[in-house]
Write a protein that binds this ligand. Structure first.
Ligand SMILES: Cc1cc2nc3c(=O)[nH]c(=O)nc-3n(C[C@H](O)[C@H](O)[C@H](O)COP(=O)(O)O)c2cc1C
Length: 362
């Protein structure tokens, strides 16, 4: 694929429902009760979908953190539950939901994410992170394990989750009323995986979705530990970087990690973050479009996770002022390439565990 026909991919971060701007919840045109209002989330999701955003991204730190007397609780109440409502009101936009490999039970992760993948017709992604936040650890009643343990657990968790996803084989569901045959039981078999920290028997009683199974993402700093996770399993990498040079170097590290795991580096898409303030104050659409294009064409990004300053009008402003410029320049799609998250990201189909991920050197 040449640079000219490659299109950039946008995700929108739904941090807390108010916006990336500190104090967004106090803006006069914002309902301060938005935190508990799923209709607001649906409105912002629909606006992003109008702008052909590929996915909504929800970080997750399930804890009360920071100065909540004056700032918001910077998290959704429960991303999966909130987005299952959004899935019913949208058709193409995907959902990249953060789920902790450290604290969440792998069987629950496998079950909940694949159920929402099926119910949303193939639009789910799992951002697998090795949470090390003390407030989150305290809520689960556990100490924070050291890095080696957290990452060993992450390898086991991702492999077990993907194996569970594949345990209902693609052609297992016979559904033949006349023959009195619901499932072919030889194609719905246990996985019997036992790791050092995580184990599961299976099978998982959920059929494939239109994209097979949820797309795995990861995020964090580019430590060798995280690169081993990214290189083997991830189709998307959510990054926090500040300069174009840093992003280009980090993207190369991520791509090399995929190569080392025996994959094509184009199978993993790299997303730096950007906070946008369009028109009122910081910059017109052109300025934002120039910034995104510069990073994209310098090989510093396959796309971006965008956090508008204030969701209530910032999503529409981005969609009306920035998106048309990117489209005119031919670097952003005018229509969704497909209806699944995989199709819109441009990453390959996968079902079950990728055999390359367990044969590669760690
Ligand atoms: C952009 C970005 C987003 C992250 N999102 C989350 C998150 O939503 N939830 C979480 O528990 N950790 C999140 N993390 C933290 C990482 O998963 C990881 O725990 C943290 O970077 C500590 O690094 P270490 O585990 O390699 O020591 C995020 C990190 C980055 C850089």
């Amino acid at each position: 694929m040449t640079m000219t026909d490659k299109k950039l991919v946008l995700g929108m971060a739904l941090i807390d429902g108010y916006g990336g701007l500190h104090g967004a919840w106090r803006a006069p045109h914002v309902d301060p009760g938005t935190y508990a209002d799923v209709d607001a989330t649906v409105r912002h999701a629909k606006a992003a979908e109008r702008g052909r955003f590929t996915f909504l991204f929800t970080p997750d730190f399930p804890a009360v953190r920071g100065n909540v007397e004056h700032s918001t609780i910077s998290n959704l109440m429960d991303p999966l539950i909130q987005l299952s409502a959004v899935a019913r009101e949208t058709t193409n936009i995907g959902f990249v939901v953060t789920g902790s490999t450290t604290f969440q039970e792998s069987f629950n992760t496998a079950r909940q994410f694949k159920a929402l993948d099926v119910l949303s017709h193939g639009r789910m992604g799992w951002n697998a992170v090795t949470t090390s936040d003390p407030a989150v650890a305290a809520n689960y009643g556990r100490p924070i394990a050291d890095r080696n343990e957290r990452y060993q657990r992450a390898h086991e968790a991702i492999q077990i989750v993907q194996a569970l996803w594949g345990s209902w084989q693609e052609d297992a569901w016979v559904k033949d009323q006349a023959a009195d045959r619901f499932i072919d039981p030889s194609k719905l078999q246990p996985i019997n995986l036992q790791g050092q920290y995580v184990a599961s028997r299976g099978p998982l009683a959920i059929p494939p979705s239109e994209q097979g199974q949820p797309v795995v993402f990861t995020s964090g700093g580019p430590s060798p530990h995280l690169l081993s996770i990214a290189g083997r399993y991830a189709s998307g990498f959510i990054a926090e970087v500040w300069t174009i040079e840093e992003a280009r170097a980090q993207r190369q590290l991520v791509r090399n990690a995929a190569r080392r795991a025996g994959r094509d580096p184009d199978e993993i898409k790299y997303f730096p973050g950007v906070m946008t303030t369009v028109a009122t104050v910081v910059g017109p659409g052109e300025l934002h479009a120039d910034h995104l294009q510069e990073w994209f064409e310098a090989g510093a990004a396959d796309g971006f996770w965008v956090t508008p300053d204030i969701y209530e009008d910032g999503v529409d402003a981005f969609v009306d002022e920035v998106v048309p410029i990117l489209q005119e320049r031919g670097i952003y799609p005018t229509e969704y390439p497909g209806t699944t998250l995989r199709a819109n990201l441009g990453v390959p189909y996968q079902y079950g565990l990728d055999p390359r991920s367990t044969s590669a050197e760690q």
